[in-house]
Structures are given as structure tokens and as C-alpha cells.
Design a protein around this ligand. Structure first.
Ligand code: 2NF
Length: 249
């Protein structure tokens, strides 16, 4: 095995998840064989190789969208119309809803999002191994291994959405919609108005917390203006009942 000539670069974030490659390969087989049979499980070793090639031996602050191109091109998954669920600051509830409902797709219910959810990974210019000691925090530099990955696959997810799309927002925040979030700057602007006719916002509040009419707050009015300007019909619901109802045992 190659000997290190020096210590890996030191960053402010946690290092690569232990057993990263085994987790990614295992998730790939689980997804393609058990969760969504019909996707090609024989591609999993190729998918893992393309994932590795995107960042191994590279400076984790100098990753480009092209680095992930071979990986993204290996996966041809489309989400059925009316089934895309975007979220911002509401990950757990959005996932629960999508999965209980069984038929909605958050980004993490697509293969690429599923492979990487909750994982950290980065390489090091001086090594063929991932950097298990530290990785850049996502606000430490712009073009970092994780940010670029999520931006690339978020953009693709948004571009392919069609029909009615939903976004779940967190009404317990003073600004449930933020233009600077990944939803606000990658997903929203990559929806295709020729395919997406209606945009539904669900503003959820903590159960037992203060309930307010977030749909008429300035933050939601700003979202409405952007959506309407893009010639997509906008609707907004506070505490969409179907979400809460489905959560009851
Ligand atoms: O880890 C994920 N599963 C993930 C990461 C980034 C983006 C998922 N996404 C996709 C989801 F599918 C949602 O539709 O983007 C949408 C949510 O992103 P958001 O920025 O609108 O919402 P937040 O709840 O603020 O952030 C979601 C996660 O992304 C991390 C953040 O720590 C949280 O774990 N995050 C925020 N900004 C960045 C960034 N610039 C970021 N990760 C990398 N780069």
C-alpha cells in the first residue's frame, strides 16, 4: 500500500464516514434490488467507481460539477409526475411523509440521494484514500466535495420534476423560505415551467408549538412572487392536514 509522504490536509469539518465505500455499495444494492427493483443493480460496482473517481486524490475545496458527471450519467432515474417533494429545514418530517405515503420522492428517495444521505466524504491530494481525519465544513469553501455533489443532484432532481410539485417548509422559523438555501437557489430556479404547472408550499409548525399563519408572512410572499413570475401557479397551506394525519399511528 502507498506510504504517506505527509499528513492529509486539515479541515474544520468531520472526516469521511468510516467504511464509506462499503456503505455506498451496500446502499446501492439495497436500493436497486429491494427498494426499487427495476433499477439495474449490476451497475453498483460501476457507480461506486464513478463516485470514488469524483473526489479521490483531489483537493476537496476544488471539486467541479464535471467531477460528478460520470456518476450522474450512470443513473437514469426519473421521478413520476406529481411525486416530487422538496424540503428546506424539514428533513425528518419530509422523509417520514414521503416514506409513509410511499409514493412521494424527496431527493433522498432517489438513488443518488439515497447513496449519500448523512454521509461525509472527501479526498486528499496526497493520497488515494479518503481523508478520514477531516473534511471541509460546507461553509469553509464554495466548491467542496459535498456541496458540489448536492448541488449537482439537486439541480437534476428539480429539472426533471413535472406536474404538481410540493415543498415542505419549516413554519417555526422566522424565514421558512430562504433564497440562499439549496432549495431557494438550486431547486426553485431549475424547475421547468413547461413541465411544472403548479407549485404547492406546505408550511409545517412544530406540534404543540406556536401556530401562525406563515403563508401570509413576507418570506412566503417572496416565494409566491418568484413562483408566479416563472408562470407556475402557487398555492400555500399551513400545517397541511394530510401530512399530520399520515403521521398518526
Ligand atoms: O444531506 C442532504 N440530504 C442534502 C444536502 C443538501 C441538499 C439534501 N439537499 C437537498 C434536499 F433534497 C432538499 O430538497 O436540498 C434541499 C434542502 O436544502 P436546503 O438548503 O434548502 O435545506 P436545509 O435544511 O437548510 O439544508 C439541508 C442540508 O444541507 C446542508 C445542511 O447542513 C443540511 O444538512 N447544507 C446546507 N447548505 C449546504 C451547502 N451549501 C449544505 N450542504 C452542502 N452545501
Amino acid at each position: 500500500s502507498p506510504t504517506r509522504t505527509r499528513e492529509p490536509l486539515a479541515w474544520n469539518g468531520t472526516g469521511t464516514t468510516q467504511n464509506l465505500f462499503a456503505i455506498v455499495l451496500g446502499r446501492c444494492y439495497a436500493y436497486t434490488q429491494l427498494l426499487r427493483p427495476g433499477l439495474r443493480s449490476e451497475d453498483c460496482p460501476k457507480i461506486l467507481d464513478a463516485f470514488k473517481s469524483a473526489f479521490i486524490s483531489k483537493n476537496p475545496c476544488n471539486i467541479t460539477q464535471q467531477d460528478y458527471r460520470p456518476l450522474v450519467d450512470l443513473v437514469n432515474q426519473t421521478v413520476p409526475c406529481n411525486k416530487s417533494l422538496f424540503w428546506s429545514k424539514s428533513k425528518e418530517l419530509a422523509h417520514q411523509y414521503a416514506r409513509v405515503q410511499g409514493k412521494m420522492f424527496t431527493l433522498e428517495d432517489t438513488l443518488l440521494g439515497y447513496l449519500a444521505d448523512d454521509l461525509t466524504w472527501c479526498g486528499d491530494p496526497g493520497s488515494v484514500e479518503p481523508n478520514y481525519q477531516s473534511c471541509p465544513h460546507w461553509n469553509e469553501c464554495l466548491n467542496h466535495t459535498g456541496s458540489v455533489f448536492w448541488k449537482v443532484i439537486s439541480k437534476k432532481f428539480a429539472e426533471s420534476a413535472c406536474g404538481v410539485v410540493q415543498v415542505m417548509l419549516n413554519g417555526s422559523l422566522s424565514k421558512p423560505f430562504r433564497k440562499s438555501s439549496i432549495f431557494g437557489n438550486m431547486e426553485l430556479f431549475n424547475l421547468d415551467p413547461r413541465k411544472v404547472h403548479t407549485f404547492q408550499a406546505w408550511v409545517m409548525h412544530d406540534i404543540g408549538g406556536n401556530s401562525s399563519d406563515s403563508c401570509s408572512s413576507p418570506s412566503l410572499t417572496e416565494l409566491e412572487a418568484i413562483v408566479t413570475e416563472r408562470n407556475i401557479t402557487f398555492t400555500c397551506q399551513n400545517n397541511y392536514r394530510k401530512v399530520l394525519g399520515k403521521m398518526e399511528p
